[in-house]
Structures are given as structure tokens and as C-alpha cells.
Design a protein around this ligand. Sequence first.
Ligand code: BES
Ligand code: ZN
Length: 486
Amino acid sequence: MTSSPTDDSPDAARPLSPPPAVVLELIQQQRDSYLNRLFELLRIPSVSADPAFSQDVYRAAKWMATTFEGMGLKTQFLKTSTHPIVLAESPHVPDAPTVLVYGHFDVQPADPLDEWISPPYDPTIRDGNIYARGATDDKGQMLTHVFSTEAWLKSHGKLPLNLKFLIEGEEESGSVALAELMAGKYNDQLGCPVEEKLACDVVVISDSSQFGPGYPAITYGLRGIISFELTLFGPKQDLHSGTFGGAVANPVNALMRVMAAFQDDYGKVLIPGFYDDVQELSDTERQQWQALPFSDDDFMHQVGVPATFGEPGYSTIERCWSRPTMDINGISGGYQGEGGKTIVPAKASAKFTCRLVPRQDPNKIAAAVKQLVQVRVPQMFRYQLKVGHAAAGIVVPLDSPFMLAAADAIEVGFGKPPVLIRSGGSIPIVSQFKDRLGADTLLLGWGQNDDNTHSPNEKFSVEDFHRGIVSSAALWQALADHAARH
Ligand code: BES
Ligand code: ZN
């Protein structure tokens, strides 16, 4: 870790004990079998956003439950108002810490399908990478903890700590059912209050990325998110733009103007009050980030753009990790087919999200967006603004003993100590783990930034998958050792 303890700290007695050799040997032996089992899960198109795939999300949940049962864990399959949630608990170890492992088996839609080199749900290995939708986000990363646990139990007979797995099927759609679970809605199915069921000392999540190849990382901050969909309704049906154009207001034209009011030419968000609660970076944090090996040229090359973009006065890393944003994720209206069609369309809509930073309150942002839309949409349009899922941004403390344990474990798996990073992505439920369970989260990402998450040709390196399993096996030992010391 970049900020390591001093020699007189209680942790000077490091290194901690590695996991038993039998565990690591079994993981080595099972490499191919782990890949095959990951492939089984990757073949299920568990897209949570699209109701057409809800049976597949269900199948993926069943796959998880069967896997946990096969490991001898006490498993619960929770039916919810949306997608199922799977819970599993390891046999109780007294006087040992309890870790909640969270992950998700749902995936983002795979389209545009024609841009995939191999089909999204037919996992294929090329150049040392597993290509499939969900390979890294999050099936591959999530299973590293499942397989490491299985290896402990099979080879050593028991775990050094208590594990609770909470694996959901709706993270990519805002964790709606999980939020209900956290609010107590499924206590009957659980058989006890959710706070008791999920009580833990720390949460572990692998659903983010390393800093880069050769730079394993611990992520100590995530952005939050709030999503919107704005629809403007114009004439009762599409009209000939020659006969009617100029005399009937065009909802697509109007939507463009409304959306243009959200951001200036440099990416600064113009929603009134948007930056009120945003904290500026500390000099220390800024300097630490500047010291990370990062090149704008490489970044531009990776994403295929001729220039970077964003608020003046901030570096690319600062823009991604510590500044809030507004992005239109999709816009529709009018004729989208081959050739042209001269119409005044009947309606237009835009899906957009704001990434939020810690201290920004999603409810306050939602109110400001509603107000801006109300002011900007011309009177003659009927409109609808849907506010979707929302989650606050988070930062986790760096000085917890859990961090030191995680750093040790990563060194076992990756052969290098981790760097400390924040990330621009969101994992909606994390802030609730803190608020409702009082637990901090360790975000240990095994993926890479160029793994094409949410894009065509998503991938996960076979080696990173394997290193993740080893790190996870080491983590159970390291967390148990640290708890014994403190
Ligand atoms: N794995 C990502 C979150 C992530 C991405 C963390 C990059 C760190 C770096 C997760 O599966 C995800 O995509 N979350 C969504 C949440 C949203 C749909 C509510 C996101 O960030 O868009
Ligand atoms: Zn994702």
C-alpha cells in the first residue's frame, strides 16, 4: 500500500501467515475447473435491465444457490419484487471476524451485438483473456471469493473466519430489491431482522479494477449516481415536416435545447446548486494521485479519442474519481431507420445520469433537476421526468486494520503491494452497508480499466482471475490474523 505503517506500529510484525499450503495447492490444481464453472455462469444472459431476460437472471440465481449448497454453506434463495437475491453462510467459527462478501450475477445488455468478435454469451479465451458479457463485471470477479472459500473448505476442512455471501441479480439496474431487503421488507423470508442476518465486521467486494497492469489496487472511494429519463410529447402522431414543420413545435428540437442547458462547453454541470456540497480535493490526495503512473496519451489511445475533455483545472484522474458529472446515456425520438424520413416527431426522450461525489445528496440533486426541467421545457409540451435509482458516493477510511489485511492478501496473490485509488464507477448498495450495518467496505478490484465493461468485447484476464482467487484465499487468513491481533 502506498501509505505503509511505520516500524513502531503494531503491524511491524508483518508478514502475516499465508493461507495453508493445501489451500493454495488446490487452487492451482483447480485452475481449469474454475474456468469451466465461470463459463457455465457466463453462458446465462442474466441482463437485469430487460424483462425479456428475467428467466435468465433467475437461472443465474439458481446457479449461485446450487454452487453454495454444493460447498456445504447454509443457503437462502430470496424471491423479491424484482430479481432474486442469494445468501449463503459458512459454518460458524467462534471468536473470529465476520465478513460479508457482496457481488452480482446480473449483467449489462450486450448490444451492439455486431461489434462482438465472439458472441457475448459464448465465453471464449483469446490472448489470455476470457471474452464474455459479465466476464469481469461481475461474474468472474465475484466467483474468485466463492472458489477461494470452496478451496479452503475442501482442502483444509474449515475457514479461519465467518463468511456471509450476499449475491444479487440487479446491481446493474440500481439494486432495487436489495435496497428493499436492507430496509427490512424481506425479514420474514430471512427469518430475522436484516441487520442481524447481514451483521458483519467488514464488507468485501470485487467489482472494480486494478490501477493498471502490474498495479493491483485497493479502491477507497466510489462515485454515487442518480438516473433520469425525460420525455417530451409533441403532436399526437408523427407529422409531415413539410406540411406542418414550422407551425408545430418539434419535441426533438426542444429536447436538445433542454438537455443543452445541463452542461457548458467544458463539461461543467449547470444544474443550479449542483456543486454546493462538493468538497475540493485535499493537497495530499491530489499529490498522491499525481504520483500514480498515468498518461493522458495512453488514456486517449485506450478510449479512441483525439483529446481529453472536462472541467478546466482538473487532471483526467481527478475528473474521473472526484468530480461529479452529467452524461446523457441515450437519446431517442423521430426516425432512426435507413435513409431519411421528413417528419416532426411525436415525442423525444433522453436517459441521463449524474455521477455524484461524497456529500452530494441524491435527493437534493433530483429536486434541482426537476426544477431545471420545469423551467426549461417550453410550455406547449407535456412532459414526464422519471427519477430512477440513486446512490450516494462513498470514501472508506484508509487507517482500518482491514486495509492492512487486504494489502497483505493482494501481495500474496499479485506479488506486489496495492496502490490506493478511487474510482468513478458506482456500486449503489455500498453506502447502505455503512448506514445500516455500520460496516466499511473493502473494494478489491481484480479487473483492468480496459476490460470493456458495459461495452462490446468485455474481457477478464485468466491470470487476474487466478490471482484474484489466490488473493481472496489469502484475505480470509489475513483478516482472521488481523482480528486476532487487535
Ligand atoms: N462494476 C461496476 C462499478 C464500478 C465500475 C466500480 C468501475 C469501479 C469502477 C458496477 O457493476 C456498475 O457498473 N455499476 C453501475 C451502477 C448503476 C447502474 C446504478 C454503474 O456504475 O454504472
Ligand atoms: Zn457494471
